[in-house]
Design a protein around this ligand. Structure first.
Ligand code: G16
Length: 543
C-alpha cells in the first residue's frame, strides 16, 4: 500500500450552496471531481492528523464509490480513523450524533437530501465540523477558494473496505470502523423521549404510518418504531434504502408524499402519519384529517417540548429561518424566551445551539431539530410528536386547533418555480431589490408596507454578517411576502415565494390556506411580476 500524490486541475463550479455541494450525479462521476472537492475541504482544515473522520450517506447511487475514495484520501492525508455506517448508511442527524458522541474531528455527509438519486439524478457532499453541524460559511468560503486553485490530491491504493460487515479494518495506517448505523442514534432518542408512554399508546391500538420513501430512515424507523416501541410490523413502509429511492422523489411534502396525505384524509385513516426524506433530516407530519405545516409544527413542538423528558426543564430559546412563519415567535413571546431569525440553512443555527441561546430550531422546508445534534432531525420530530400525543391523549387535530385558539394562526404557503432560467431569475431579484425603497413607502389596496428589505443576518455569537439572504416585504397587519432563490437546486434556478398572514387567536382558523392567502399571492405577482417574467402560469410545487 502506498500513498500517492495525484496531479489535478480545478473545477470552476465547486462552490458549496445552502447545504454543501449538490450537482447532477454525472458531474460528480467525472474523473477527479469528488477527489478535488474532498481535498479542498481537507486543505481548508487544520489539526486533523491522527483524528477521527465520520462518513455518512443516504445510500444513493454513487455513495459506495465516493465512500471508498474518501476513505483512501483520509488515510493518505493522515486521519487516524474513519467511522462509517454499515452499507455506507448513516442518516444526516445520525452522522451529526456520531461525530459528537465519538468526539470526531468532523465528517462528510454524502447526500443530495430530498433530491432524487440515480445515474441521471442528483448527488452531493457536505462537510460537518466537530460540533456535528454543517461547516459555517467561513469554512465553505475557504473550501471554494481552495477548489479554484487545487493542483493535487492525496490518496492511497489500498483495497476497498468491506462496508457490508460491521467490524474494524485498516486502510494503510488508518483504522476504519464499520458501525451499526442505528445503535448510537436510537440510544440517544431513548434519553430524550418517554419510550414507555409511547409504547403504551401503541399497545392500546394507536395506529400510525411512517413512509421512509425508500431512503435512509427505513432502518431507523423499523428499529425504533417497530422493534423498540412496539408499533405493529407494517407501520413503516418503503423501509429499505435503495440507490434511486425506488425511482421516487424522497421529498416528504404534499406532492411527493401524496399517498400518505390521501390515506390520512381518507375513511380508514390511522391516527398519525409521518415521512422523512432522502437523508433523514426532514419530516412531514399529518394527523387524521389534519396536515401540520412545518412552521406550525415548529411552534407546536416548542410549546409542548417539556412534555418529553429530555426537555422537561424547558427550552432556552427558539430559532427559525427567515422565510419560516412567525408562529414560533408567538410561543417564544409567551414563554419569555429568546427568539432568533436566521438565514435559510441549518448551518446558521449551530452557533446559537452551541451557546445554549436556543434549544429548538426549525425551518419551513420541513426541518425541525434541537440541541441533541447539530442537524435537523426527521425521526426526532416524529418521536417528539408521538411523545406529545401520548402525554396529551388528544388527536393531532385537537392539539393544532388548541394551539391556534391560544396563539392565533399564521396562514402560510410556499410557491416554488423550479428550473427557471438562471438569468431571468437573477434579473427578477435584482430588479425587485432595486425597487425596495419605493415599495417600502407604498400602500397596496388598503395594505400598507411596513418594511421592504433584503435580509441581512448578524450572528450574535461570532459577529459574522450574511447579507442578501432573501427579499422581505412586510405589511402593517403582520403579513409577509418573501422571495429568494434556492441554494440547493441542481438545474437552473428555483424561485421560492413565501406568503404569510396572521389571524389572531379569536379569528377564523378554518379557511383553506390558498384562499386565505389569495390576496397576498396576487399582490406578490403584481409586485414582482413572477408569472410574466418566468412565463409560468402556476408554481411547480405548492407546499
Ligand atoms: C437544506 C438546508 C436547509 C434549507 C433547505 C432549503 O435542507 O439544510 O436549511 O432550508 O436546504 O434550502 P433552499 O431553500 O436554499 O433550497 P436539505 O434537507 O436539502 O439538506
Amino acid at each position: 500500500m502506498t500513498n500517492k500524490t495525484i496531479s489535478t486541475t480545478p473545477f470552476a463550479d465547486q462552490k458549496p450552496g445552502t447545504s454543501g455541494l449538490r450537482k447532477r450525479t454525472p458531474v460528480f462521476m467525472q474523473p477527479h471531481y469528488v477527489e478535488n472537492f474532498v481535498q479542498s475541504v481537507i486543505d481548508a482544515l487544520e489539526g486533523f492528523k491522527g483524528k477521527t473522520l465520520v462518513i455518512g450517506g443516504d445510500g444513493r447511487y454513487h455513495n459506495d464509490v465516493a465512500i471508498q475514495t474518501i476513505i483512501r484520501m483520509a488515510a493518505a492525508n493522515g486521519f487516524g480513523k474513519v467511522m462509517v455506517g454499515q452499507g455506507g448508511i448513516l442518516s444526516t442527524p445520525a452522522t451529526s450524533h456520531v461525530i459528537r458522541h465519538h468526539k470526531a474531528f468532523g465528517g462528510f455527509v454524502l447526500s443530495a437530501s430530498h433530491n432524487p438519486g440515480g445515474p441521471d439524478a442528483d448527488f452531493g457532499i457536505k462537510y460537518n465540523i466537530g460540533n456535528g453541524g454543517p461547516a459555517p460559511e467561513k469554512i465553505t468560503d475557504a473550501v471554494f477558494a481552495r477548489s479554484k486553485v487545487i493542483d493535487r490530491y492525496l490518496i492511497n491504493d489500498a483495497p476497498d473496505i468491506d462496508l457490508g460487515t460491521i467490524g474494524s479494518y485498516r486502510s494503510g495506517d488508518m483504522v476504519v470502523e464499520v458501525i451499526d448505523p442505528v445503535a448510537d442514534y436510537a440510544a440517544l432518542m431513548q434519553t430524550l423521549f418517554d419510550f414507555p408512554a409511547i409504547a403504551n399508546m401503541f399497545a392500546n391500538g394507536f395506529r400510525m404510518r411512517f413512509d421512509a420513501m425508500h431512503a435512509v430512515t427505513g432502518p431507523y424507523a423499523h428499529r425504533i418504531l417497530e422493534d423498540m416501541l412496539g408499533a405493529p410490523k407494517g407501520t413503516v413502509i418503503n423501509g429499505t434504502p435503495s440507490p434511486d429511492f425506488g425511482g421516487g422523489h424522497p421529498d416528504p411534502n404534499l406532492v411527493y408524499a401524496r399517498d400518505l396525505y390521501d390515506l390520512l384524509m381518507g375513511p380508514d385513516a390511522p391516527d398519525f402519519g409521518a415521512a422523512s426524506d432522502g437523508d433523514g433530516d426532514r419530516n412531514l407530519i399529518i394527523g387524521r384529517k389534519r396536515f401540520v405545516t412545518p412552521s406550525d409544527s415548529l411552534a407546536l413542538l416548542a410549546a409542548n417540548a417539556p412534555l418529553a423528558p429530555g426537555y422537561a426543564n424547558g427550552i432556552t430559546g427558539i430559532a427559525r429561518s427567515m422565510p419560516t412563519s412567525a408562529a414560533a415567535d408567538r410561543v417564544a413571546e409567551k414563554l419569555g424566551i429568546e427568539m432568533h431569525e436566521t438565514p435559510t440553512g441549518w448551518k446558521f443555527f449551530g452557533n446559537l445551539l452551541d451557546a445554549d441561546r436556543v434549544t429548538i430550531c426549525g425551518e419551513e422546508s420541513a426541518g425541525t431539530g434541537s440541541n441533541h445534534v447539530r442537524e435537523k432531525d426527521g425521526l426526532w420530530a416524529v418521536l417528539l410528536w408521538l411523545n406529545i400525543l401520548a402525554a396529551r391523549q388528544q388527536s393531532v387535530d385537537d392539539i393544532v386547533r388548541d394551539h391556534w385558539a391560544t396563539y392565533g394562526r399564521n396562514y402560510y404557503t410556499r410557491h416554488d418555480y423550479d428550473e427557471v432560467d438562471t438569468a431571468v431569475a437573477n434579473k427578477l431579484m435584482d430588479d425587485l431589490r432595486a425597487r425596495l425603497p419605493e415599495i417600502a413607502g407604498t400602500t397596496y389596496d388598503s395594505l400598507a408596507v411596513a418594511y421592504a428589505d433584503d435580509f441581512t443576518y448578524h450572528d450574535p455569537i461570532d459577529g459574522s454578517t450574511s447579507s442578501r439572504q432573501g427579499i422581505r416585504i412586510g405589511f402593517a397587519d403582520g403579513s409577509r411576502i418573501v422571495l429568494r432563490l434556492s441554494g440547493t437546486g441542481t438545474v437552473g434556478a428555483t424561485l421560492r415565494l413565501y406568503l404569510e398572514r396572521y389571524e389572531p387567536a379569536h379569528g377564523q382558523h378554518d379557511l383553506d390556506t390558498q384562499s386565505a392567502l389569495a390576496f397576498l399571492i396576487s399582490l406578490a405577482d403584481r409586485i414582482a411580476g413572477v408569472r410574466e417574467r418566468t412565463g409560468r402560469d402556476a408554481p411547480s410545487v405548492i407546499t
